[in-house]
Design a protein around this ligand. Structure first.
Ligand code: 0L1
Ligand code: MG
Length: 267
């Protein structure tokens, strides 16, 4: 991807500091392309990579990756047409049934995802869904709490990639299963907020099969000079559109075959 870089090293560091400030202070900023309209997807990943480097230098531990914008519903909701990836760290993880503070988030939304835990390293290019399934230890249900740092959710793909794909928090839970025991294409999911069904879908919404999203992620990692290590926790992308949450809300995501994942939100 380096051939499509338009940002200088100084610009990358400057934009990274802007995104890091917005993430750590939970303060909204204008999308980065307002100032850098020529910004490319490669520029977005350069800023994201600098953000990852900084967080790791500060002692955050990377636990895996996420594929984002992998369903038609999500792409339509956010007005983009290509999926993206982001990194996940230990600081973003919350236990099942946790009370999740919104004080350190800008405008959180929740989405239901199938998460994969890898038993073997995967490397692209050319990674396929079959490669992903063969390298998967088990899958489990997860809820991602995304939080775009861009004011009014107004952004484009380079900006959202620089903001680490809006990654903020995630909760894994339910029942871990081996992939051979399931048809991962046809899993139904129902998302409830305060006891009301607010979204539902089937896992095929994620690029036809969630393993396709992981293969796409591995192939993007290859373009970035990275592999997917064994032991990684990888989220395959929201099955439905994302639903806004606020203090006082409780959320339950019920997955066919995989059990449920619950959490509540507090100020
Ligand atoms: O996880 C994702 O699908 C990434 C979403 C990025 C855009 C947003 O904030 O909704
Ligand atoms: Mg997501």
């Amino acid at each position: 991807m380096s051939q499509n870089l338009t940002l200088s090293r100084e610009d990358i560091v400057r934009l990274c500091e802007r995104v890091e400030g917005a993430q750590t202070r939970a303060s909204a900023i204008p999308k980065l392309t307002d100032e850098y309209p020529a910004m490319t997807i490669a520029d977005g990943y350069a800023v994201q990579n600098e953000l990852r480097r900084r967080y790791l230098a500060q002692g955050h531990r990377q636990v895996g990756w996420k594929a984002g914008l992998t369903s038609k519903a999500k792409m339509k909701q956010m007005g983009v047409d290509v999926p993206s990836i982001g990194f996940l760290t230990d600081r973003m993880a919350r236990p099942e049934n946790a009370a999740i503070s919104t004080a350190d988030l800008v405008h959180p939304r929740v989405e239901c995802e199938v998460a994969f835990v890898m038993k073997r390293e995967l490397r692209g290019p050319g990674c396929t869904a079959a490669d992903v399934l063969a390298a998967t230890d088990y899958v489990l249900p997860a809820v991602e709490i995304i939080d775009s740092r861009f004011a009014g959710f107004k952004f484009d793909l380079p900006s959202v990639i620089a903001d680490n794909g809006s990654s903020a928090r995630f909760v894994g839970g339910g029942r871990a299963r081996y992939v051979e025991e399931l048809d991962l294409r046809t899993l139904g999911v129902v998302l409830e907020k305060n006891g009301e069904i607010v979204a539902m879908g089937a896992s095929a919404a994620v690029l036809g099969h969630p393993a396709e999203a992981i293969a796409m992620l591995v192939n993007i990692l290859a373009e970035l000079g990275e592999t997917l290590p064994a032991g990684s926790f990888v989220m395959s992308g929201g099955i439905t559109e994302a639903i806004a949450v606020k203090p006082g809300d409780s959320v339950v995501a019920r997955f066919q075959e995989l059990g449920s994942v619950s959490m509540r939100f507090v100020a």
